[in-house]
Design a protein around this ligand. Structure first.
Ligand SMILES: O=C(O)c1ccccc1NCC(=O)[C@H](O)[C@H](O)COP(=O)(O)O
Length: 263
């Protein structure tokens, strides 16, 4: 199962990283940083309308290489100029060809909330996110025990980071709500067979109470997809491949928001 492979690879990577800097080193450095708990990503999502989180995604397990020869600073800047509300940066190296350096470059380049998108399986990764300047992390319910989910969510809050708690089904929503998730991300991609079904968001929407922010992730290709999600009341959409493959980011995002001129 791909999630097991992804978490195993992440565990190996983090163990290696800890040989260079221990978690105590990171904690010491984080202790010197200012911590604000005003959660600007959540404030942005609470504004009326649907918000666009554009993703920096070189490759993926389902698609292989998407666009590997990129200048991250230029891409981040293009997303911001195009009207993105936030940027997601995949930092997993083996399957997604991402790096923490990509995250740092993005944080330095734009004035938008930046999400560290990775398979968070160790508090170490949350300290790294904080040190790199991301203000949002991802916690995938399917990869964590209830206890880990609570501990990592609490740590994120303590460090002033928002957490998108990612789910795929009703049972995972229950688990996310048990830790008092403020943002639930429904991934439309089945991580076992990679099929994408926008119905996943539609079917699960009513299980997320008012007041909890709802993000729909994956498989968003055009304005019709966005309009359907808008109708069920999502606060945000996370768009990777469609934005990565577009030559003109401004035009692509405008098309997602308003429909292409020839739609
Ligand atoms: O994208 C994949 O193939 C994938 C496989 C296994 C775990 C996670 C995966 N993707 C991470 C994401 O959640 C997406 O990058 C994100 O939602 C954007 O998706 P898309 O717009 O379909 O590129």
């Amino acid at each position: 199962m791909i999630l097991d492979d992804l978490t195993a690879a992440t565990r190996k990577r983090v163990a290696k990283e800890k040989e260079q800097y221990s978690i105590f080193d990171l904690q010491e450095r984080v202790a010197k940083l200012p911590i604000k708990r005003d959660f600007p990503f959540e404030k942005m999502l609470r504004e009326p309308g649907i918000h666009f989180i554009c993703e920096i995604k070189r490759a993926s397990p389902s698609k292989g290489d998407i666009k590997t020869k990129i200048n991250v600073a230029t891409l981040a800047n293009d997303y911001e100029q195009a009207g993105a509300d936030a940027i997601s940066v995949l930092t997993e190296p083996e399957y997604f060809k991402g790096t923490l350096a990509d995250l740092k470059t993005t944080v330095n380049q734009v004035d938008l909330p930046v999400l560290r998108k990775d398979f968070t399986i160790d508090p170490y990764m949350i300290y790294q996110a904080k040190l790199t300047g991301a203000i949002v992390i991802l916690l995938i319910v399917a990869t964590l025990t209830d206890e880990q989910l609570q501990t990592y969510f609490d740590l994120a809050n303590q460090l002033g980071l928002s957490a998108i708690i990612e789910v795929h089904n009703a049972d995972e929503i229950k688990r996310a709500l048990k830790v008092n998730a403020r943002i639930i991300g429904v991934n439309n991609r089945n991580l076992k067979n990679f099929t994408v079904a926008m119905d996943t968001s539609r079917n699960l929407r009513s299980l997320v109470p008012d007041g909890v922010l709802f993000i729909s992730e994956s498989g968003i290709k055009n304005h019709s997809d966005v309009a359907k999600l808008e109708r069920i009341g999502v606060n945000g959409v996370l768009v990777g491949e469609t934005m990565m493959l577009a030559n003109d980011k401004q035009r692509q995002l405008a098309d997602l928001k308003n429909g292409a001129a020839d739609d």
